[in-house]
Ligand binder design. Structure first.
Ligand code: NCD
Ligand code: ZN
Length: 347
C-alpha cells in the first residue's frame, strides 16, 4: 500500500495545555486555536487560579486574546491546594466554568509551590469530585529530594496513585504527560476510570537527546524525558489504538532567557506544530489511521463530551517550524523543533 498524501480527521482537541496570561497568552493562543477546537487549560499561573471566580475571569481573558474568527473553546481547570473549597469546586463544575481539577504535588514543577503538600489533605474535595463526576488531572511525580528525578513518576504511581485509586474507586483520573512503562501499565491495568495523555515530545525524545552534543535546555520539561525503553513503551501505548490514551501537548511557553539560564526552567513549547509532530510519530509506526482516535475521539469519550463536527486535513508537505516567536523587545519563545522541517502540514 502506498503512503497516503493526505489525512482528514475530525478536528482534534488538546487535553493538556499551558497558555499563561498577558502578553504571552496573546502571543501563543492563536497557535493552539488554529489546530484544536478545545483545550484543557492548566491553572498554574502566578498566582494560580484556584477559585471559580478567578477561573471564570481567566477564561474571559483567554477568549479576549483569541485572534478574530477563531473557533476555540478553553476548558478550564482548578488548581488544587491544601485548602481547596469542595463547595466552590462543585459549584464551578455545575455552572460549566470548571471542567476538571488539577493536582500538582507542591514543588513538582513550574509554578507548583501552592500545590498539594499531602494528598490526604484534599480527601474531602476528591470524594466530592468522584460524586459529581469531575475528573482529577494528575501531575504524577513525587517531590522528595532523595528520589532520583528519573524515578519520580514510577514512585508516585506506587506511593500516591495506587492508594488514591483504592480510596476513591469512583474518581475519574487522567494521569498526565506519561513518560514511563510503569505509567503505561498503571493506566492499562487501571480500568475504565483512568486515562493518560501523551505529549509529542515524549513520543519523540529520550533522555539522551537532552545531552546530545551538550546540554539542551529547550528539551527540559517535567516529567523529564526518560531512557529509550520508556519512550518506546509510551509510544507503543499511544499508537496502540487503546481508547484510554489521548493527545495532550503540555505545550508550555517560557521566555528563552529563562530556559537558557544557570537554572533553566521546565517546559517545552510545541503548540505551533503540535498535530504535525504527532503525525510524524504515528506515520513512523505505520499507524496514521489511528491518529484520529488519539487526537479527536478518545479524549471526548473519556470526558463525556461530544466529538467535534468539523474536520481538518493534514497534507504530506514540508513544514518549516518557525524560529523564535517575539513577545516584546526583550522576550522571545523558541518552539520545539524550531528551524527543522517536518513531513506533514496542517492545511
Ligand atoms: C509546565 C509549565 O511550564 O507550566 N512545565 C513542564 O515542564 N511541563 C508545568 C507542567 O506541566 O509540569
Ligand atoms: Zn503541563
Amino acid at each position: 500500500m502506498s503512503a497516503p498524501e493526505s489525512l482528514t480527521i475530525r478536528r482534534p482537541d488538546d487535553w493538556h495545555l499551558h497558555l499563561r496570561d498577558g502578553p504571552i497568552l496573546r502571543a501563543v493562543v492563536g497557535y493552539t486555536a488554529r489546530q484544536f477546537a478545545r483545550a484543557i487549560v492548566m491553572p498554574n499561573l502566578v498566582p494560580p487560579v484556584v477559585a471559580t471566580a478567578e477561573i471564570a475571569a481567566y477564561r474571559d481573558r483567554i477568549l479576549a486574546a483569541l485572534p478574530d474568527g477563531a473557533r476555540f473553546t478553553p476548558l478550564m481547570t482548578a488548581y488544587l491546594t491544601d485548602n481547596i473549597d469542595p463547595d466552590d469546586l462543585a459549584q464551578g463544575h455545575a455552572d460549566g466554568v470548571i471542567t476538571a481539577a488539577k493536582l500538582y504535588p507542591a514543588g513538582a514543577t513550574t509554578n507548583s509551590d501552592r500545590g498539594v503538600t499531602d494528598i490526604r489533605k484534599i480527601d474531602a474535595a476528591l470524594a466530592r469530585m468522584a460524586e459529581i463526576g469531575m475528573p482529577l488531572l494528575v501531575h504524577g511525580e513525587v517531590t522528595h529530594g532523595h528520589v532520583d528525578i528519573f524515578d519520580r513518576e514510577a514512585v508516585f504511581i506506587e506511593e500516591v496513585l495506587k492508594p488514591l485509586m483504592d480510596r476513591q474507586p469512583d474518581l475519574k483520573i487522567v494521569l498526565e504527560h506519561i513518560t514511563t512503562a510503569e505509567a503505561v501499565a498503571a493506566v492499562e491495568g487501571g480500568g475504565a476510570r483512568i486515562a493518560a495523555t501523551v505529549t509529542p515530545h515524549h513520543l519523540l525524545i529520550n533522555r539522551t537527546d537532552l545531552f546530545r552534543g551538550g546540554v539542551r535546555p529547550h528539551l527540559y520539561c517535567l516529567p523529564i524525558a526518560k531512557r529509550e525503553r520508556h519512550r518506546q513503551a509510551v509510544r507503543a501505548f499511544a499508537t496502540s489504538g487503546q481508547s484510554r490514551v489521548f493527545l495532550g501537548t503540555d505545550s508550555a511557553p517560557h521566555p528563552i532567557a529563562e530556559k537558557e539560564s544557570a537554572c533553566g526552567c521546565a517546559g517545552i513549547f510545541s503548540a505551533p506544530s503540535a498535530l504535525e509532530l504527532y503525525a510524524e510519530a504515528f506515520e513512523e509506526d505505520g499507524v496514521l489511521d489511528r491518529l484520529e482516535a488519539f487526537a479527536s475521539l478518545n479524549g471526548p469519550a473519556f470526558y463525556g463530551l461530544p466529538v467535534n463536527q468539523e474536520t481538518v486535513t493534514l497534507t504530506r508537505a514540508p513544514l518549516n517550524v518557525d524560529g523564535p516567536i517575539t513577545i516584546d523587545a526583550d522576550t522571545a519563545i523558541l518552539p520545539f523543533r524550531s528551524g527543522e522541517t517536518l513531513r506533514w502540514r496542517l492545511s
